[in-house]
Design a protein around this ligand. Structure first.
Ligand code: ADE
Length: 233
């Protein structure tokens, strides 16, 4: 899968793209990420990307022309079916949940637009954005962290990226439930012993226990997930 990123802070992405699961996916050629500096698409001496808002009020607004130039340059010569799917990260977007992650992972190529300041001139969204996505109902200073969240979540869906073949499938949310608890050595920690069943070797009983614990955790911590009626296990 290919991902392009447009940002005024390309340096934020370096260690993220070189580390852990995402880093390995890049090394193995399963994921290709290109980070572009929006300022390379400015045409003034100061490489400016923002201006005062029409209508007054505080803050600055990112100007449309550099974004539109950049997005067009990255979609140049591409047919509508083969050009990147253009995603603007913003608190006004559709929530990034498991279904949205899988939908985005199905795209051949994404172009992520990371806004800053008070916002981006609305005409960017109208002219060159396919979809607006939010990582939650809170406001960050820019779309860079949300873009990294999206890249990491989407890369986990690329076949071969997550080691154990079925661990993405078993994970939290796939069946509308939170994950069951996990235990490893040592057998006793702070007087708390590993549940006997996990030492029994009875795989069917362990599977039933894990499902029960997943339900329990969901009921206690996220009853809204059960209310959605998504438990298809
Ligand atoms: N930019 C600022 N806040 C954001 C959020 N919550 N999600 C996506 N992009 C953002």
């Amino acid at each position: 899968m290919r991902v392009g990123v447009l940002t005024i802070f390309p340096e934020l992405f370096g260690p993220f793209l070189a580390t852990s699961l995402v880093g390995r996916a890049v090394d193995r050629g399963l994921l290709a990420v290109e980070v572009h500096d929006l300022r390379d698409f400015t045409e003034d001496r100061h490489r400016s990307v923002d201006d005062e808002p029409y209508g007054g009020g505080g803050g600055m607004v990112m100007t449309a022309p550099p974004w539109i130039r950049a997005v067009r340059a990255m979609s140049a010569a591409a047919e509508p079916e083969t050009r990147p799917w253009r995603v603007l990260l913003s608190p006004q977007g559709a929530p990034l949940d498991d279904a949205k992650v899988r939908e985005l992972a199905g795209r051949r190529e994404l172009l992520l637009l990371c806004g800053r300041y008070e916002g981006i001139d609305e005409r960017v969204r109208l002219a060159v954005v396919d979809e607006e996505v939010s990582i939650g109902d809170y406001v960050l200073s820019g779309g860079e962290l949300p873009a990294m969240v999206l890249i990491e979540a989407v890369s986990r869906q690329i076949p071969g990226v997550v080691g154990q073949a079925d661990s993405v499938e078993r994970e939290s949310f796939r069946h509308g439930l939170l994950d069951h608890p996990h235990y490893t050595r040592p057998p006793v920690v702070e007087g708390l012993a590993v549940p006997e069943i996990l030492l029994s070797g009875d795989h069917a009983a362990i599977a039933r226990w894990r499902h029960e614990k997943a339900l329990e955790a969901t009921r206690a911590k996220r009853p809204d997930l059960l209310a959605k009626g998504q438990d298809d296990t």
